[in-house]
Ligand binder design. Sequence first.
Ligand code: ATP
Ligand code: MG
Length: 412
Amino acid sequence: MTRIPTPNRVRGTQDIFGDEQRRFTHVIDSFERVRRLYCFGRVEVPVFEATEVFARSIGETTDVVSKEMYTFEDRGGDSITLRPEFTAGIARAFLTNGWRQHAPMKLATSGPVFRYERPQKGRFRQFHQIDAEVIGAAEPAADVELLVMADQLLRELGIEGVTLRLNTLGDAETRDAWRAALVAHFEAHREALSKESLDRLGKNPLRILDSKDEGDRAIAATAPDIDAYLTAEARGFFDAVTAGLDAAGVAWTRDARLVRGLDYYRHTAFEFTTDRLGAQGTVLAGGRYDGLIGWLGGPETPGVGWAAGVERLAMLVAEPEAERPTVAVIPLEPQFEPHATMLAANLRRQGLATHFDLRGNAKKRMQRADAAGSSHAVLVGPTIVLGGVTLKTFASGEQRNVSAADIAEAVL
Ligand code: ATP
Ligand code: MG
């Protein structure tokens, strides 16, 4: 008989289980709680879109579009791309569904995203993001709201040593003037730039500031700041954002070199970074994308948002406390199995987390329940015909007879 080789996991994908999975869920649950506190509505958008949704809005010159997208032709011959991020899909949904009437909209989502990158610690090909957006608000208050929300999330996750780095990319006029100054600077250092950055110089010089190449970084470090080019309006916007952060008690530092890799950003750009994850130190990043919806063919509509990598956050959080109490329902003899089944179903219907072993004698089941962290065992024996069980508390070893109807009350 020929055996087929066991299939492998595709490079850059993950099976998330056990301790890692608990931390992962803890991140998502905390995000869900915080986005409700900030009254952000949850939206679900498709895992795949027409390729042009991402190509147009993220920009052809970005790494994401030029190198990282999972693009394929479907059976009908349409070009489809697995979402590499959420913002473009949400902006598309905003237009498709005519949500303009609801603007400004505060939206949040989470789920898997896909990028064809070189896998390493904290960098995967299928990873997960949590995402928050405010669409249809040009006010700096929207930027502030999103940043305060991000800060609260990181605090609730107990993640310490994270720095909010903040910059402004100015308005269109500012950006054009700064871009010209950057081009002049990089032209003067052409010979030392990486091949990739030489290419960027013609298409999107701001992105050289974002390069991960050591040589590029040295030249980027001496590049002119945007400050000298800020219009009064752009400066006023940035000041309003920082005043809002100060009022809300959110610490920030200016990082005049910070740009976002995507083309549609204006004004606020930010990253929350840590030095605990090596090269993959950015845990949450975002900014204002006032140009995006117009580029997608819609009416000019301002927007601002952020996304965070769930895996990177999960690496930084402590494992959450296991749910307590949990009981284990254990038949003392095989003939009590049906009673135990009924009892376990009732306890779960009452909202009590209940272990129910599928095999083994009572002693084995007790050991496993203890090892699994159960707080109590419910022993089901002959007295069940009168409605009675024995309740054992693992911590003290105490055993007492109680009525099956009173278990939840006795345990909670
Ligand atoms: P990087 O510079 O690390 O490549 P990026 O600028 O491409 O990040 P964004 O597009 O801003 O990242 O995505 C937001 C967040 O998603 C990042 O801050 C990071 O936490 C996470 N992230 C991005 N790419 C990956 C990946 N391949 N694997 C895991 N998490 C990722
Ligand atoms: Mg990237």
